[in-house]
Design a protein around this ligand. Structure first.
Ligand SMILES: [Fe+2]
Length: 298
């Protein structure tokens, strides 16, 4: 079962999917989670000055075990950012230890389930530098890319560019242009629809809500991109970052925020979301690990 860690997301795509994935083959499901964030519980919740992440190790192992135990395997497992807690630029040695432990665990995922990594603010810094991006890419692959799966077009973005791109304006511009092109592909292809994965939510429950300083993207960016997403055929955007479950709609475009595998900042329990992709809709349900099912009815 154990395999070596490999970066499958490079050259702006993900190599875990085959060419036939461009075609719809019937309903499928995948697992979405966020913020395994090795190190946050002890550093932030427990204010323990000794670095440690045994609790996140146990929870992330549980995530992998639950997926490996499923009777029918998901099409993929996506983790929407904050893979580890230590900022790469501030604490490189600690970060390296956390990444090593995380990769050891994630390498045990059943090889038939592609792992889809998304970068979070703790993976590239709140105000990323070029070096932060390079260090993420060398560890986990591209920070933005797209792939086909089951006739649906999936787009992974680096939401940190929309949070603060002061030090990486060229790269942020590159992602924006690339994203416009992905939306054009989605709109002009035979995709059933599109799905987007990112770390920071566009909004928590209401498109019109005020921006929070930390947990959502600024309204002017929301107003620029969400109408474009909708117009191109994006059905839902899946996020993390909030460490609580949340969600809402912008017209018929759904915003889904999933709580953490690791540290909880609200009353949710650690777990993962099962997302069913049906011929013209997306259904999803969050399960704490304790209640995570072995099988999924499509
Ligand atoms: Fe986080």
């Amino acid at each position: 079962m154990e395999t070596e860690w490999k970066n499958h997301n490079r050259d702006r795509t993900h190599y875990g999917f085959e060419e036939k994935e461009k075609k719809w083959q019937g309903p499928y499901f995948f697992i979405q989670a966020a913020d395994c964030q090795l190190g946050l519980i002890q550093r932030y919740l427990e204010k323990n000055p000794t670095p440690g992440w045994q609790q996140e190790i146990a929870l992330t192992k549980l995530a992998v075990e639950k997926i490996n135990k499923m009777n029918q395997k998901p099409k993929f497992f996506v983790i929407c950012g904050d893979l580890c807690d230590a900022f790469p630029a501030k604490e490189p040695a600690l970060r390296a230890e956390q990444e090593k432990d995380l990769k050891d665990i994630l390498s045990r995922l059943d090889p038939s389930v592609p792992l889809v990594c998304v970068c979070g603010n703790h993976d590239v810094g709140d105000q990323p530098t070029k070096q932060d991006l390079l260090s993420y890419q060398s560890s986990f692959g591209d920070d933005f890319y797209s792939f086909w799966c089951g006739g649906v077009f999936h787009i992974v973005v680096n939401s940190q560019f929309w949070f603060d791109s002061t030090l990486v304006q060229e790269e942020a511009e590159k992602q924006d242009q690339w994203l416009e092109e992905q939306l054009r592909i989605l709109k002009t292809s035979e995709a059933k629809f599109g799905l987007i994965f990112q770390h920071i939510p566009w909004f928590l429950s209401d498109y019109e809500e005020e921006a929070t300083v930390y947990f959502t993207l600024r309204p002017e960016i929301r107003q620029k991109w969400l109408p474009k997403f909708r117009e191109a055929g994006v059905k839902a955007v899946f996020c993390g970052h909030y460490h609580r479950n949340a969600g809402g709609f912008f017209e018929d475009l759904e915003m889904v925020t999933t709580t953490a595998i690791g540290a909880q900042l609200g009353s949710d329990e650690s777990g993962m979301r099962i997302v069913k992709v049906l011929s013209d809709s997306v259904e999803h349900e969050y399960f704490p690990f304790e209640k995570f099912p072995d099988s999924v009815q499509l």
